[in-house]
Design a protein around this ligand. Structure first.
Ligand SMILES: Nc1nc2c(ncn2[C@@H]2O[C@H](COP(=O)(O)OP(=O)(O)OP(=O)(O)O)[C@@H](O)[C@H]2O)c(=O)[nH]1
Ligand SMILES: [Mg+2]
Length: 490
């Protein structure tokens, strides 16, 4: 066979392949779910628990399709994008269930396709065939989300906002080494790679210190500085903001010019493609928020969380801001804001947690002048690591939670070994979120409610008589599923 014909056949095959793929996605309904959230918010745990509960027919009474017995089965299938690593579902489950350990922090993007076969609720649809929905889920390091707001800034604006933030009260001490070096730097001097690297390193150290547990701050762009993925050491990451730039343009060959160029390539080569290829193709979003950790760390952490959310939410309004309008190819039609790790509180406080998170989000939305899109807020725990108990103290019932603290956790001076269980009083959230925010807004450091956040190990999963492991326990994961998937399984 002459070579030209072979290549013709190859091309035809590829074309046919694409065509079949396209046609496939037409007859095969697909839903792309974005699991969004700042770093450590619980995205990886959420995805693992969601998939585990669907595959193993977990207890999902508030998920209508499950309750009515219409879910036939769910299973994993090869994901659609060959170039994206697969979400290591099996590894995460093994770690959670067998080792009773949480997954590691996510270092790169990954994707998973779950196929859900169901019986249609309407008689008419059922007449034709059973339904099949492909759920594509994307997981990525939470830090990268913070890059979204950078797309609307030039280097000068980025430098200004970074410097203002770095000089503010909860950060100034951590930022001192970087600010001192930046102050001694002449932006108009000749560019030097060593100098750029030193500035970038000190700036990254400062961001890393802000993220540490005691401060638990959230607004920390550029995201790849903390989680570089495969770009570690690349010139696109070797830059830093330059505070107090004067209005004159950067001279050719100067440090300022070099930093500007690198900041622009960071946006165009790193940030934009990531959002275009992943975030903007989503149909639905769940935004996970760890308000507990912020409250535990105090006022500054809550304010900073609110700021980070405002920055990010501002970008999620395609069309309006114009900033990302051209990037969004689909419209996100449902957003669920979930206050995660609700198992850290007694259920009596869950409504209060929801109210608080709703207010944090509202205030964030107010600040960006949004009309308040229809979003749902829910307090949930993707994996429930505690159970509840009550103690009586001086004739009063005290709501407690019981769990196994992680090895190395310290509560009231007692060091835990990862085996011993304990009961703690998690603290009371204020009845009305207003009082919380009044305290928050009064600049004094007076008493935000005392919340005790202890890191517990994942729960022990018991086996039934038949030796079958039960699925991962949760709090309101079923409600989240109902909101996010329910209408697509009708
Ligand atoms: N008790 C409890 N802890 C949780 C839950 N979900 C997450 N956590 C805790 O939060 C930590 C972070 O969860 P991840 O799912 O790894 O968070 P992530 O959003 O994927 O974080 P990055 O990958 O760093 O962006 C875990 O190591 C757990 O300690 C939950 O449902 N209950
Ligand atoms: Mg993760």
């Amino acid at each position: 066979m002459p070579p030209s014909i072979t290549s013709f056949t190859d091309e035809a095959l590829i074309a046919l392949d694409t065509l079949v793929g396209r046609a496939g996605s037409l007859v095969q309904p697909t839903l792309r779910l974005g699991v969004t959230g700042l770093s450590r918010a619980g995205k990886t745990v959420f995805i693992t628990a969601l998939v585990h509960n669907l595959i193993h027919s977990g207890r999902l009474p508030m998920f209508e399709a499950a309750r009515s017995g219409r879910l036939a089965r769910a299973f994993l299938e090869p994901q659609p994008d060959d170039a994206v690593p697969r979400f290591q579902y099996e590894d995460h489950v093994r770690k959670l269930v067998q080792e009773r350990a949480w997954p590691d922090s996510t270092r790169a993007i990954s994707e998973l396709r779950l196929v859900i076969e169901y019986e249609s609720a309407s008689g008419w649809n059922r007449f034709f065939s059973n339904g099949r929905l492909c759920l594509d889920i994307v997981d990525y390091p939470g830090e990268w989300l913070l890059d979204l707001p950078l797309l609307g800034q030039d280097f000068r604006a980025f430098s200004d906002s970074s410097a203002t933030l770095a000089r503010s009260s909860p950060r100034a001490d951590l930022a001192a080494p970087w600010l001192a070096m930046a102050a001694a730097t002449d932006p108009k001097a000749e560019a030097s790679e060593t100098h750029a690297r030193d500035l970038s390193r000190l700036f990254t150290d400062y961001l890393r210190a802000c993220r540490a547990d005691e401060r638990a701050l959230s607004t920390l762009p550029p995201g790849r500085f903390l989680m570089p993925g495969d770009l570690d050491g690349s010139p696109a990451l070797t830059f830093a903001p330059l505070p107090d730039l004067d209005a004159s343009p950067a001279p050719k060959g100067s440090l300022q010019a070099m930093m500007e160029r690198r900041f622009e390539s960071y946006k165009s080569v790193v940030v934009k493609p990531f959002f275009r290829e992943h975030v903007t193709r989503l149909d639905r979003q769940i935004v996970l928020i760890d308000a507990m950790q912020a409250m535990n760390a105090g006022r500054d952490a809550v304010v900073d969380l609110e700021r980070a959310l405002a920055d990010v939410l501002a970008c999620f309004r395609p069309g309006r801001s114009g900033l990302l309008g051209s990037l969004f190819s689909r419209r996100i039609d449902k957003v669920l804001i979930a206050a995660t790790k609700a198992d850290h509180l007694h259920h009596e406080s869950h409504e209060r947690l929801e109210a608080l998170v709703r207010r944090i989000v509202d205030r964030a939305a107010d600040r960006i002048g949004s009309t308040g899109a229809a979003v749902e807020v829910l307090a949930l725990a993707a994996v429930r690591a505690t159970r509840e108990a009550t103690a009586t103290e001086k004739g009063e019932a005290l709501p407690l939670i019981v769990g196994t603290p992680l090895k190395g956790e310290r509560i009231a001076g007692r060091l835990f070994d990862g085996e011993a269980k304990t009961a703690i009083f998690p603290g009371d959230l204020p009845e009305s979120p207003d009082s919380f925010f009044q305290l928050l807004d009064s600049r004094g450091q007076v008493g935000l409610p005392e919340i005790n956040v202890v890191r517990f190990r994942p729960p022990l999963i018991e086996e039934t008589d038949g030796g079958i492991k039960l699925s991962l326990p949760h709090i309101r994961l079923d409600r989240a599923l109902d909101y996010l998937l329910g209408d697509r399984l009708a």
